[in-house]
Design a protein around this ligand. Structure first.
Ligand code: HEC
Length: 227
């Protein structure tokens, strides 16, 4: 890997092993050459120093630490900036005793649902389908078919279950914690609930003052009273 190749430069100057015998008068030239070589040698030594800098390379072995690891674990209690995550419910989807939450720990409004719809269509619909039936395009191309969100078992799950599956995965499904930030996971969970309600709501789920709009056949979302 060394960039200094003393013998190459020697050859190019005509002093390599193939050179004919040095004639008188060439002595001075040879001496000059040798001093150039000495300088090159010095240069190489400096480079060597820089290659072997007195610091650890990533994951290098250490003779100093008892566990031989140069990469040190974080001191206990260290929190990286932006990762305090004091609100355990928000970040785990679970209550203090580890039970799955059955309420969404962020305000649920139209903006959250629209965000959830947007993220769902990007990250979930390819398998679960746009309506949650479980026959998205990837499934049609042969991936394992997930259970429909509209089954009783999934309709009666606490909403924290969906947050948990997005965070930790489920069986053949990988987790989406790297792609979907915690707040967006709740947005998706809220949208899943909306998908489920779209097939299992009764007129009693509609606020009394909006039922008239249903009777009038207004398109979903057409009533502006709840925005
Ligand atoms: C690559 C395909 C794929 C994508 C994308 C995907 N899933 Fe899944 N999902 C599955 C499969 C397959 C299962 C069933 C896994 C099994 O039973 O082994 C599943 C299971 C689930 C379950 C559990 C259902 C049960 O039976 O209890 C939930 C909830 C779920 N997915 C939600 C989501 C959400 C939310 C997203 C988007 C963030 C998502 N999935 C993205 C394929 C996918």
């Amino acid at each position: 890997m060394s960039r200094t190749r003393p013998f190459d430069s020697l050859r190019s100057l005509g002093a390599g092993p193939s050179t004919r015998c040095a004639r008188p008068g060439q002595g001075a030239r040879l001496a000059g050459l040798l001093s150039v070589l000495a300088l090159v040698g010095l240069g190489a030594a400096c480079r060597q120093d820089m290659h072997q800098a007195p610091r650890y390379d990533p994951l290098e072995k250490s003779d100093f630490f008892a566990d031989s690891r140069a990469a040190r674990p974080l001191v206990e209690g260290t929190v990286a900036r932006g990762f305090l995550r004091e609100d355990a419910a928000l970040y785990t989807g679970k209550g203090p005793s580890g039970q799955l939450l059955d309420t969404i720990p962020v305000p649920v409004d139209r903006a959250l649902l629209e965000r959830g719809q947007d993220r769902y269509n990007v990250y979930c619909a390819p398998c679960h389908g746009a309506t949650g039936d479980g026959n998205g395009m990837i499934v049609q191309r042969g991936f394992k078919q997930p259970t429909s969100y509209h089954t009783d078992r999934l309709r009666t799950q606490p909403v924290g279950y969906f947050y948990d599956v997005i965070t930790n995965g489920f069986g053949a499904m990988q987790d989406y914690s790297a792609q979907v930030a915690p707040r967006d996971r709740w947005a998706i969970a809220a949208y899943l609930r909306a998908l489920q309600l779209s097939r299992h709501a009764s007129v009693n789920d509609v606020p009394a003052d909006a039922r008239g709009a249903l009777d009038a056949g207004a398109a979903p979302g057409g009533a502006s009273t709840h925005e």
